[in-house]
Design a protein around this ligand. Sequence first.
Ligand code: NIG
Ligand code: FE
Length: 454
Amino acid sequence: MHCPALPQPGRIRACTGPGGVSPLPRLEPETILINAHQMVTLRGPNRPRVGADATHLGTVPKGAIAIKDGRILHVGSTEEMLRRCAGSDPAIIDCTGRLVLPGFVDPHTHVAFAGSREDELQRKLEGASYLQILKEGGGILRTTRATRNSTAEAIAAQTRRRLDAMLATGTTTVEVKSGYGLTTRDEIKSLEVIAQLQKEHPLRLVPTFLGAHAVPQEYTDRPDDYVTLVVDEMIPQVAAARLATHCDVFCEEGVFSVAQSERVLQAGKDAGLRPRAHIDELVNLGGAEMAARLGAVTVEHLVCTTDSQVELLARAGTIGCLLPGTPYMLMDGRYPQARRMVQRNLPLAIATDCNPNCWIESMQFIIGLSCMMLRLTPEEAITAATINGAYAVGLGEEVGSLDVGKRADILLLDVPTYQHLPYHQGSNAAVLVLKDGKVVVDRRDELHESGAEP
Ligand code: NIG
Ligand code: FE
């Protein structure tokens, strides 16, 4: 039997199996990717992956994938794909020498903001802490001033550039929080910017309401009144306008207490917003117990969470969303104890946390940091950046793996195997990005052929 390695444009020649055995049921895709040196499918159980499941990537050598109507039609070997597409005329994308992955899912970002805070890096190098800078009116409060003083168009223009950078590095789904408005009008303005960007940008955006990101300066002496504003005014308006699917809170010393956080998340839950929470980034206040009580979808940071709290979260079905870029940028040397979390069966996602304190768009970089600083294996880090990220934003049935029926969010990377992703750092390996089956990033002409064995 002979099938061409790379068919010429035009109909794929009909081939039969050995001894002329009748072909498998035919496929009529619009596009096929073929000859991938390695294809990582992430196929597996329909749930966030823990333990051994988080190490099984479902790799296919010489892989191929077929696309129709923006969805995945078939996943398998190139040889089988060509046989099954015999007589059809799809567009063909040759992936020789390269790696195919599902598009990355970045499940935690604050990417909708105005301005920047590059001078705070100098303060941090001199030893200033994150909470000290915030207390002085810097940090989140400073970005809040910049965001309040910007028009929706200006915030959109700045955010669009970051979304472009995310897409260019292989992210196809991203969660985006409000949280730099801190008035009803300004929070809604940010969420409307996110809704507008969703209409015009190829990235899939998942909007989260984070009105409880900081106590704004006008409420410094009466934080409970601000919580009341969030609960009584902001949440009902955000939910009624369907501007968010999730509600978040920054539960931290000097920001919101456990009781205040619980008020916010409970009100969000009552209004149909799924709860998630920033906990234990700097100080352990007991946010894990609160998140478990509320059945939070995810908890984020987890830098100083105890083993028994991790066990509690695992029992509650919560996903741990680790943000290694944040301690990296804070330079305080404290990272989440990811291996202890793996041992306790907490499903893990990883995210950029892209914000003006931690301005990182690339999930490739976060995969590297997760291996180097959290000691996740490459398999665990890739699972956390794809399928577990998808479950973290409520889209586990739609994206995050290369499975028949899912959205054709596909990434072609200029490395031969997934082990190269955390290992070969500092450049962008993305060659081609497909969102819903459409090519949205194409760098094939910029890059030399890999020269690797097909
Ligand atoms: O997750 N820690 C709270 N929120 C963000 C930081 C936001 C900022 O500093 O602007 C985070 O790291
Ligand atoms: Fe965050």
